[in-house]
Design a protein around this ligand. Structure first.
Ligand SMILES: [Zn+2]
Length: 398
């Protein structure tokens, strides 16, 4: 509990203190309202240390005392809760057809949710300028509310390496773009860290922290945007792979004779079960929302062609999900993005394919629609910032 479990660490006093502050902060997040005695009893830290750590967290305005007390034998205990009122975590998602921004407080309460259409076809420079302008407005809003921004994480649909460089974002047409560095310049060194990650990875973090299956330690999130990718949480941790490119299920081949994918191969999951397959054509960023709504309307009305298309897309999706289930044995596979409104018609076919294909009956877990909708990746950006606070990168005293 007190020291890190990842191999030898320098036993530096400041490191131990930061680790212990994080231990107490996480305990309060999970168990508030709680007393100092509760923290000491559960963490194994002694009471004097807990009092000193709590005093530090109160100084940083990460924790506050409530008026509530709990009567125990002896003195009544003052109860503690998360404060975080002077802080904000920001998440932004850049997608082909929209940009969304979310800000939360330390407890994950939503402070702001914005979504703007994005034309598609922007160059990296145009994209960074547009997204930078949105972020500036979010940061200004937080400043007006007297909140310090703890950090920003940006979700991009593509291969993002572990340094945060966007290697290939095929649907945006971006390559080798240092979005984090470019945004830092565009925002004139804003004084908070900027991270960049793949949209599916961040959406999986959002589900783990905020979704209907929050706390699940084995979870796969499948994006249903113009592209299809998977964010993988196994044994409680996001799994990025060596370079950060795990989860590219969208370009796993389902049918060698299938239609051509824009990646140049044939019969990829993305071309067989992506949103283009639902619409029967390459989706145009400006119209995709409207067209999906129309598909939902037709499906509700029982239109045979629409129902047949959704069944066929559901079957292909089920093949893809079965591959994930056989490989990863998740507790739950969560369908996101445009899959959410289509889920009532996709899920039965997905489930049938899984029943046929998953080798250990029941090991595929549940397949469900996300409850976070199109905000998942942006919300995951905020979750990523909160994760780094929880792991001990505490803000300076405001
Ligand atoms: Zn492909």
């Amino acid at each position: 509990m007190i020291t890190s479990t990842t191999g030898p660490q320098p036993a530096d006093f400041a490191d131990v203190r930061a680790t212990n502050l994080a231990v107490v902060l996480r305990f309060v997040r999970e168990h508030a309202p709680c007393s100092r005695a509760d923290i000491a009893a559960s963490t194994g830290l002694n009471k004097a240390t807990v009092s000193s750590l709590v005093a530090d967290l109160i100084d940083r305005r990460l924790v506050r005392e409530t008026g509530l007390t709990e009567n125990r034998v002896g003195r009544p205990a003052t109860m503690l809760v998360l404060d975080g009122s002077p802080y904000a975590a920001i998440g932004v998602e850049i997608n082909v057809d929209y940009v969304s921004a979310v800000a939360t407080d330390l407890a994950g309460e939503r402070l702001l949710t914005w979504r703007r259409s994005f034309g598609g076809g922007e160059s990296v420079n145009q994209g960074v300028a547009g997204v930078g302008a949105i972020i500036r407005r979010v940061v200004n809003r937080m400043a007006r509310e007297e909140r310090q921004v703890l950090g920003l994480a940006v979700a991009v649909p593509g291969l993002v390496d572990v340094q945060g460089t966007v290697r290939i974002a095929p649907n945006l047409g971006w390559r080798d773009a240092d979005i984090g560095g470019d945004l830092t310049k565009a925002l004139r060194d804003p004084g908070f860290p900027i991270q960049v990650d793949n949209d599916a990875n961040l959406a999986a973090l959002a589900e783990q922290r905020f979704g209907a299956h929050a706390g699940a330690s084995d979870l796969v999130y499948l994006t249903g945007e113009i592209g299809v990718g998977a964010g993988i949480i196994l044994d409680g941790r996001l799994r990025r792979g060596r370079l950060g490119y795990s989860g590219e299920i969208g370009h796993v081949q389902l049918d060698p004779d299938g239609p051509e994918c824009h990646c140049g191969r044939r019969g990829c999951l993305e071309v067989m079960a992506g949103i283009g397959a639902v619409l029967g054509k390459d989706p145009s960023p400006a119209e995709i929302q409207m067209e999906i709504e129309e598909s939902v309307r037709l499906a509700r009305a029982g239109d045979p062609a629409t129902l047949a298309t959704l069944e066929s897309v559901g079957r292909s999706l089920g093949k893809g999900v079965s591959i994930l289930a056989n490989l990863l044995n998740p507790e739950v596979v969560i369908l996101g993005g445009y899959y959410v409104p289509l889920a009532p018609w996709l899920l039965p076919a997905v489930q049938e394919e899984m029943d046929d294909r998953v080798i250990a009956a029941g090991s595929g877990g549940q397949v469900v629609a996300s409850t976070l909708g199109h905000d998942a990746a942006a919300l995951g950006g905020a979750a990523r910032v909160l994760d780094s606070i929880d792991s001990g990168r505490l803000p300076r005293v405001p």
